[in-house]
Design a protein around this ligand. Sequence first.
Ligand code: MLT
Length: 244
Amino acid sequence: MVPISVDLAFARKDIRKASEQGRIIVVIDVLRATSTIITALSNGAKGIIPTETIREARILWKSYPESLLAGERRGLKPRGFHLGNSPLEFKREIVEGKMVILTTTSGTKTIGVAKASPHVILAAFLNASAAAERILQIAQEEGLGITLAPSGRKNSFSLEDFLCAGAIAIKLKDAKAEFSDFALGALLSFQGLKQPLDRFIWNCHHARELVKKGFEADVKFCSRLDVFRRVPVLKLKGDHLLIA
Ligand code: MLT
């Protein structure tokens, strides 16, 4: 059996290239886009339509007036939106049975960049084990390579996303996998954590920024491992993307 290639890409151009090569792309944005999406779907949202821009989100909403308009810029809810990007806002009583149109600074852009791949999987600490199991299953069944894509803040390096890539990579270790140095670096970083995850994430730049804006509870919520089994995937629906 050919070993499964496990790589990690930060730059959007590399993520796009990997997706065009047909690799499985695992988009990770712990703080907070993928954590929010996982929570919304776990709480019964019908689906999430990711958009790059606020304008695009507003235009799409006109076609789906029953849906919820959600997202952030500089961490805060845009004017006229129903919800921001705090996973804690996406409670069952608010999102169940609803479609959500979501636009965020980085996460939804990275998701869009990966759309050429036949399998785009969304992951965070909240679903790390379930995501790893699903990724491994697809990779083995279809003989595809895996590219972990830590989205980062404005597509620059974010330690919490890199560590989450490591939390997923560690679960692939026992399969016949061949790690790139980047992927191995993430795995070793996660393995080498000496502090509990939630305490460590507190030190990360984006976590500090969110705390300053009053989103301390979000940082705590997103720093928990394996809370949900839901593994969102990206699909193309008509002329837009759909996460379900
Ligand atoms: C993003 O997509 O850039 C993040 O989710 C920002 C945030 O913390 O809301």
